[in-house]
Design a protein around this ligand. Structure first.
Ligand SMILES: Nc1ncnc2c1ncn2[C@@H]1O[C@H](COP(=O)(O)OP(=O)(O)O)[C@@H](O)[C@H]1O
Ligand SMILES: C[C@@](O)(CCOP(=O)(O)O)CC(=O)O
Ligand SMILES: [Mg+2]
Length: 327
């Protein structure tokens, strides 16, 4: 039996635009997905994902057509819920070329679809534990690359390398197209607000793509996000937190223009700003889920915890280590 964990992340700058090769800066955070893998002799795949509670179901299923989850929800919902795990296991099989079977158990404290990169963390941890179960330990770059292919496949060719590289490597990273590198961990006081909801990354990314194809303003907005990120990087190097916060606010405005914010994300962003946060923006694909605010004081976290529509507010601790090999 092998067990690996991998962290979630927040975007300080650059989600969505990073899909079109603009730069992004993100930080791994101490919320993890843990995946345990045991090889099976019968070639079957059985996944036990206790935290997989999309519309409130827990699912255990096998790969065979007659062994689908015994749950009272539509097949498409089940597929949406299990596709990242299925695709990650395909990557494991691809490493050895064997149609091996596995028992896979996932535990995660990263909310699903909330912009904290649960999909990337699950993919990284599953591929790492799965390949080790077959006697191969992947280098960090190959692990990140295979996890990226998982996201690329599930998101139908619309994924950046950002989330998976960050989760595999840990710390703070900068991603621009295929160029992924660790960057100095910024000492920034990050607060997260979570509305209890979720957004579908594939759908939101598709929405931005359509908008970008239809309107010049949307293509310009994606480029403008790139500008904000480059300015943000300079502000981070200068330790100019006020400027970092202002640029996060601009970044949020541009994401709103692309249609990926929501009422509750905007409400949390304004609650944090009104409480004195230096800046606040949504993180990840949007549609619902989490915001990230910059605040050295306890005010934004407290204000968020009293904001109707905010289910949970917490301070994010930077995860210095990416994938962890536990057994
Ligand atoms: N604990 C988990 N167990 C199994 N699959 C998970 C788990 N967490 C996330 N996933 C997969 O990741 C998907 C959510 O990914 P995504 O929409 O990209 O949002 P995010 O990465 O922001 O959390 C889920 O629908 C599911 O397929
Ligand atoms: C919107 C995007 O930039 C980030 C998605 O992050 P998340 O899956 O919502 O945590 C998509 C991508 O980079 O593949
Ligand atoms: Mg994701």
């Amino acid at each position: 039996m092998t067990r690996s964990s991998a962290p979630g992340k927040v975007y300080l700058f650059g989600e969505h635009a990073v899909v079109y090769d603009e730069p992004a800066v993100l930080c791994a955070i101490e919320r993890r997905a843990q995946v345990e893998v045991e090889q099976r002799s019968d070639g079957k795949l059985r996944v036990h994902a206790e935290d997989l509670s999309l519309d409130g179901f827990t699912v255990e299923y096998g790969a065979a057509a007659d062994d689908r989850p015994d749950v009272d929800v539509s097949e498409s919902l089940v597929t949406a819920a299990t596709q990242y795990v299925d695709s990650a296991i395909e990557q494991v099989r691809d490493v050895t070329g064997d149609e091996v079977g596995f028992d896979v158990t996932i535990e995660s404290d990263i909310p699903l679809g909330a912009g904290l990169g649960s999909s990337a963390a699950v993919a990284v941890a599953a591929i790492d534990a799965g390949t080790r179960a077959l006697g191969t330990t992947l280098e960090s770059d190959e692990l990140a690359d295979r996890a990226y292919r998982t996201e690329y496949e599930v998101q139908e060719g619309q994924a950046s390398r950002a989330d998976t590289f960050c989760s595999a490597t840990g710390g703070a990273v900068r991603v621009e197209g295929d160029d992924c590198r660790p960057t100095e961990s910024p000492d920034v006081p990050i607060v997260i607000g979570f509305d209890g909801g979720a957004g579908d990354t594939g759908e939101l990314v598709s929405g931005v793509r359509s908008l970008r194809e239809e309107y010049d303003f949307a293509a310009d907005t994606v480029e403008a996000i790139g500008d904000v990120v480059r300015n943000g990087e300079e502000a981070l190097v200068d330790d100019d937190l006020e400027e970092v916060g202002d640029l996060m606010n601009f970044n949020h405005g541009l994401l709103s223009a692309l249609g990926v914010s929501s009422r509750s994300l905007d409400t949390m962003v304004w609650a944090a700003r009104d409480a004195g946060a230096l800046g606040a923006k949504l993180t990840g694909a949007g549609g619902g889920g989490c915001i990230v605010a910059l605040d050295p004081t306890p005010e934004a976290e407290t204000a968020l915890s009293f904001t109707p529509g905010c289910q949970e507010a917490f301070r994010a601790e930077l995860a210095e280590t990416g994938v962890k090999r536990l057994e």
